[in-house]
Design a protein around this ligand. Structure first.
Ligand SMILES: *Cc1c(COP(=O)(O)O)cnc(C)c1O
Length: 487
């Protein structure tokens, strides 16, 4: 890159008549400063906004501007309207849902991706976009200790999806095509043929039912398998349901095992589920959207027992690996099946590289055609921190969760619900739902921390999901003070 000079080439915007030139360099530097200031001062803001429905829209003019506005006015409105109207997911007191931690290297990778403005649908539409993605997903598979079958050097491979929801949808469609001899694409859902049945536990993520609906299989053909006391899928019940469906002429074709359920981080028994899948020829997809990242640390790799028998697997660097949303990492054992299920090649996309068979065209691995250069943010993050740095992040969060867990366990008024050894702490008040709700209200009204909830066996449970980039002992201790004061 050359040094900037006052006589630099005009930016592309000046190629057409504009009301005012855009000084990208100046405003860009200022925006990076804005973000850095925001992150530095975040702790002073309440984690959650205090705005009534409609407040944000009431601040905005009803119609778009006819004439361009000064950039300073636009940025001033970010401070005035946007900041007061957002939940601060990067705040150290953000302990709700799941983390969506966004590190500096990732944010700059996202910026670079936007600046390059590349479409990576085919290898030939930007070779670096495809090859970096393949390479970095091989790296990530190695970092997580995933089976060799998922590496691009075998028959499998990885791809970045927007979300785990989309990854599961792609796995589901590939499984449907495999189960029907690739007839589904031809006959569609109107065609004759046996009923296909999918399975996941009652604790599985809502995206699975949504994916089943989108794929046109009918929500009634998703069986919700009961769970054991620790909220993990009961493999004997799964086996019985699959046998029953099969005996009735239906085809058990797809099972989702959760490694870390959304509610409580229960880990389904993947080896026993793999046995049931093998008996029926069903596709096994492992959804490890949040917890899978823990496998960066060898001491937590036990969560992945049995995944060497999975047909597909996904985890979200955008939840717990400092990569900003969106970045779901999805691997398949047999890329040919996935590509055959999703590939449609119109004339205008034909090219020599594709026809040579020597390249990956990632449009065939996902629902949309177009795709962004998301591998940059993953690459920047992995290179900046190294595997060691990312392991330290996971261990830090796990130890903070343990700190809180010990205090809750020692308090006679509280009880841990389905305790796990990772970064999620679920607890309730022994006195009942009203007492648990009082704790949640007190914490969430404090502005200093934000928790979410779930229900276990019908009872209200508070969830503390540790994972913000700057969360430290003092934040967990402050949370404990709030909990103790409310119980
Ligand atoms: C968060 C989560 C999802 C959904 O993730 P998206 O990437 O937002 O689709 C799915 N499954 C599990 C287990 C999750 O924790």
């Amino acid at each position: 890159m050359k040094e900037h000079s006052a006589t630099a080439a005009p930016s592309p915007e000046t190629a057409f008549p504009v009301s005012q030139p855009f000084d990208f360099r100046k405003h860009g530097h200022a925006m990076v400063d804005w973000i850095a200031d925001y992150l530095e001062n975040l702790e002073r803001l309440p984690v959650k906004p205090d705005v009534a429905p409609g407040w944000v829209r009431a601040q905005l003019p009803p119609s778009p501007p006819e004439h361009g506005e000064p950039w300073a006015a636009i940025v001033a409105d970010v401070d005035r309207i946007i900041v007061p109207g957002i939940v601060h997911w990067q705040h150290p007191g953000f302990l709700a849902y799941f983390p969506a931690n966004a590190g500096g290297p990732s944010v700059l990778g996202e910026l670079l991706s936007a600046g390059l403005g590349v479409q990576g649908m085919l290898w030939s539409t930007s070779p670096a976009c495809t090859e970096l993605e393949t390479h970095v997903l091989d790296w990530l598979a190695e970092m997580l200790g995933l089976p060799h079958a998922f590496l691009s050097s075998s028959a499998g491979g990885g791809v970045i999806q927007d979300t785990a929801s989309s990854a599961t949808l792609c796995a589901l469609v590939a499984a449907r095509e495999r189960a029907t001899g690739f007839a589904g694409t031809a006959a569609g859902l109107q065609g004759p043929g046996p009923t296909l049945v999918a399975y996941a536990s009652t604790e599985a993520h809502s995206s699975i039912e949504k994916d089943v609906r989108i794929a046109g299989l009918g929500a009634g053909n998703l069986r919700l398998v009961p769970v054991l006391a620790d909220r993990s899928l009961d493999p004997a019940a799964l086996r019985a349901m699959m046998d029953e469906d099969s005996a009735a002429g239906r085809v058990p074709f797809f099972v989702v095992a959760a490694v870390g359920t959304t509610g409580t981080h229960a880990v389904d028994p993947v080896p026993a589920i793999a046995d049931a899948c093998a008996a029926h020829g069903a596709w096994l997809h492992v959804d490890a959207a949040h917890l899978g990242i823990a496998a960066l640390c060898p001491e937590f790799r036990g969560i992945h027992a049995g995944i060497d028998r999975a047909d597909s697997y996904c985890t979200n660097p955008h939840k717990w690996m400092l990569v900003n949303f969106d970045c779901d990492a999805f691997w398949v054992r047999d890329r040919a099946t996935l590509v055959r299920a999703l590939s449609v090649l119109p004339e205008y996309l034909r090219n020599h590289a594709t026809e040579s068979g020597a390249v990956i065209d990632y449009r065939d691995w996902q629902v949309p055609l177009g795709r962004r250069f998301r591998a940059l943010k993953l690459w920047f993050t992995i290179r900046h921190h190294g595997t060691e740095g990312l392991r330290a992040l996971v261990r830090h969060h796990v130890s903070l969760a343990a700190r809180l867990r010990h205090r809750i366990a020692a308090d006679p008024a509280l009880e841990l619900t389905c305790p796990t050894p990772w970064s999620l702490v679920c607890f309730r008040a022994r006195a009942g739902d009203d007492a648990t709700d009082a704790i949640l209200c007190r914490v969430n009204q404090s502005g200093r921390a934000f928790l979410s909830h779930t229900r276990v066996d019908g009872r209200l449970v508070a969830r503390v999901s540790v994972g913000a980039p700057t969360v430290a002992e003092r934040h967990v201790d402050a949370l404990w003070d709030l909990i103790r004061g409310a119980r």
